[in-house]
Ligand binder design. Structure first.
Ligand code: HEC
Length: 278
């Protein structure tokens, strides 16, 4: 192969790595994990603003009744690469919440953009008491703390496809896999069987078809199904845990291009220097 051909082949390889693969893989914990096609996958991945807005709506209307998101500030919702709300929208939204503030008159005031998302319970103990003893985990970085397990050799491919959306795939698969327990599996009171986990957990199915009416946005109507909701909230939670992903990917890609060009230049320099060496 000529050098230019090799260079082209390398470029094609790098580009195809950026596309991000999708495959159905078995999760280690009994169940079956279906990998989704996330817009933020691969080398060029970015968040879909409308999907994040829908995911936020689900978070606000459903999940945030039990789960906190202590690292999320209202103003994050208007930051670049996120759900793309305007600063006015965020301000108006924050004002609808009451924030506990020891310095405010009466110990309470209405929210401002810089406030963190108010927790649904005053303490972990209150949260447990309301949830049969189980603590709903904080959402801030949950999407990064979970992942799907892949048997060899699949995880090896992840290095090439830059796959790192395991947390989003985990949440999606958890939400769509509440089923009747198979025969012989006992489900204790206050527990729910989930075939993705291959066991039970203390959270009942939080979503179902038609559960949330999406605020009319731009473009086509989005299906109001369990699958769609689950995708949208998973994407939102992934954004929350990794809001600067798109920026980082863009930087990474520029570095790759630089390295390829630099390698080519070095090769030409080498040829030139050694041209007369017989
Ligand atoms: C009625 C309260 C309640 C609501 C509403 C709720 N959750 Fe939960 N969630 C819980 C509790 C309690 C747990 C802890 C379960 C356990 O430890 O067994 C939990 C655990 C989780 C977990 C962690 C599972 C794991 O791997 O440990 C995820 C992810 C999750 N919830 C996502 C969601 C999402 C997404 C929504 C909104 C669509 C939601 N939850 C709504 C109560 C709730």
């Amino acid at each position: 192969m000529k050098f230019t051909q090799k260079l082209a082949a390398a470029a094609v390889l790098v580009l195809s790595m950026g596309m991000g693969g999708s495959a159905a893989l078995a999760a280690e914990e009994g169940g079956h994990a279906e990998q989704q096609n996330w817009t933020f996958a691969g080398l060029f991945g970015t968040y879909d603003e409308h999907q994040l807005q829908r995911g936020f709506q689900i978070f606000r209307e459903v999940c945030s009744n039990c789960h906190s998101a202590n690292l999320l500030a209202f103003r994050n919702l208007s930051e670049e690469g996120g759900p793309g709300f305007s600063e006015e929208q965020v301000k108006a939204l924050a004002e609808t919440y009451t924030i506990e503030d020891a310095e405010a008159e009466g110990g309470e005031r209405s929210g401002v953009a810089a406030d963190r998302w108010p927790a649904p319970f005053a303490s972990d103990q209150d949260a447990r008491d309301a949830n049969g003893g189980a603590l709903p985990p904080d959402f801030s970085v949950l999407a990064k703390a979970r992942g799907i397990h892949q048997p060899f050799p699949f995880w090896v491919f992840n290095y090439f496809t830059a796959y790192q959306e395991g947390g989003a795939d985990y949440i999606y698969n958890l939400l769509v896999n509440y089923h009747e327990a198979p025969e012989g599996v006992e489900v204790p009171p206050g527990q729910y069987y989930n075939s993705f986990l291959g066991g039970t957990l203390a959270m009942g199915p939080p979503l179902d078809d038609g559960f949330v009416t999406y605020e009319a946005g731009e473009g086509e109507a989005v299906p109001e199904t369990l699958e769609q909701y689950s995708k949208d909230i998973s994407a939102f939670m992934y954004w929350m845990a990794d809001p600067h992903l798109a920026e980082r990917k863009a930087t990474g890609f520029r570095v790759l291009i630089f390295l390829i060009v630099f390698a080519a230049l070095m090769y030409l320099v080498k040829r030139r220097l050694w041209a007369n060496a017989h």
